[in-house]
Design a protein around this ligand. Structure first.
Ligand code: PLP
Length: 387
């Protein structure tokens, strides 16, 4: 009777959300302090002081804005990109959105013709599959190397006449990998080889909600390595604002058909009924561009968790950025392992919906005390495997 595809989308499991809801139920049953909820990337660091000050001092201005956003805000974002990353940018090519998810949905809707392919290095954020398919595209999953970095050979082999875009996420959810400058430039050169195609170049769509969340060198700005780039940004993680829904799309002025793509972005925003991004938060984020919530807290969590779990015998890769630890499941079936972890009130996300098997993701953007309290549970869990 109703749209069967949407009924299916609504009914099918988002493993992360399901675990998050399970955690909320469990907390109500046995007390929040007894549940070790590592399910969702919901930042717990306080928002930066600059943002706090802005929100206290600013009231009003809650009306509609123009669809791409308030002009001074778009200009502030454009100036920030130009001066911080040394790339050309124009406020005319910045579109304010309701976070990374809407940046991705809008851009895919704008860019894809029916049946076109989007290459995505795996593992990847599970919602990509929904976003790409609902935009009429086909997700082409490409493996990464043993350290979860780009496998350029595999990407090259995956390119076809129908490839419209490659969707990258660095720092990466769920692995914490940051693609190096060298591999990003190499990717740029690979994609450059297809720039003269009659159907237009391959777009590089850079999903960047974790750009500032890095524990070493900052990732290269993707517009530097390749002209036909669109940055899909969100303030959800950097400013601990995930529930407020604010981000932007920035199209490189050097991108093929940049004006036409921007027009299509406006059309896609309209089609999805976004109207405009939240007015107060447009102004709020413009007041603290480049600022970040307490990274020290996430670094301390990373070091504590990585050190403790490695000592216990878990195999994990040091996250270079973001706030996720990707841990090898001690049994081949990560779903079974995550289910077993629930016995100890440990909520870990199995990697299957990220497009790879055999791992679990631990989201460590929680209070340190949660990690400290959880360690005996992790020890008991690995004990079941003789660890
Ligand atoms: N992209 C990636 C890689 C993410 O990890 C997330 C959220 O966890 C999103 C997009 C969605 O972010 P937002 O809350 O800004 O929509």
């Amino acid at each position: 009777m109703y749209n069967s595809i949407m009924v299916k989308r609504g009914a099918e499991r988002s493993v992360i959300r399901e675990l998050f809801e399970y955690g909320n139920r469990r907390k109500a049953e046995i007390g929040a302090e007894n549940v070790f909820d590592f399910s969702i990337g919901n930042p717990s660091a306080p928002v930066p002081e600059e943002l706090e000050r802005f929100l206290q001092a600013n009231r009003g201005g809650h009306g509609y804005t123009s669809a791409p956003g308030l002009f001074p805000v778009r200009k502030a974002v454009s100036d920030y990109i130009r001066t911080s990353f040394g790339v050309p940018m124009s406020e005319e090519l910045v579109y304010m959105t309701c976070g990374a998810s809407s940046s991705i949905v809008i851009t895919l809707t704008a860019a894809l013709n029916a049946g076109e392919e989007v290459i995505v290095p795996a593992p990847f954020f599970p919602e990509y599959a929904v976003f790409i398919e609902e935009a009429g595209g086909v997700l082409v999953s490409v493996p990464t190397d043993e350290n979860f970095h780009l496998d350029l050979g595999a990407i090259g082999r995956a390119i076809t006449e129908k490839t419209r875009a490659i969707l990258l996420n660095s720092p990466n959810n769920p692995t914490g990998a940051i693609y190096t400058e060298a591999e990003m430039y190499a990717l740029g050169r690979l994609l450059d080889g297809y720039s003269g195609r009659p159907q237009g170049p391959i777009l590089l769509l850079a999903d960047e909600p974790y750009r500032e969340l890095v524990y070493g060198a900052a990732p290269v700005y993707p517009m530097k390595v390749y002209d036909h780039t669109v940055v899909l940004y969100s303030f959800s993680k950097s400013l601990s604002l995930a529930g407020e829904r604010i981000g932007y799309i920035a199209i490189s002025p050097q991108c093929y058909g940049a004006q036409e793509l921007f027009a299509a972005v406006c059309g896609a925003g309209r089609r999805h009924g976004y109207v405009c991004a939240p007015a107060l938060f447009q102004r709020a984020v413009a007041s603290c561009l480049g600022k970040c919530a307490d990274l020290g807290m996430y670094r301390a969590n990373r070091d504590l968790l990585f050190g403790a779990l490695s000592d216990m015998g878990y195999a994990c890769i040091v996250p270079e950025g973001a706030f996720y630890l990707f841990v090898k499941s001690p049994e081949p079936d990560a779903v079974a392992f995550a289910e077993r972890a629930k016995k100890y009130e440990l909520l870990l996300v199995p990697s299957d919906s990220f497009g790879v098997k055999g791992y679990v993701r631990i989201s460590y953007c929680v209070e340190r005390a949660v990690i400290e309290r959880s360690l005996p549970a992790f020890r008991a869990l690995i004990g079941e495997y003789g660890g």
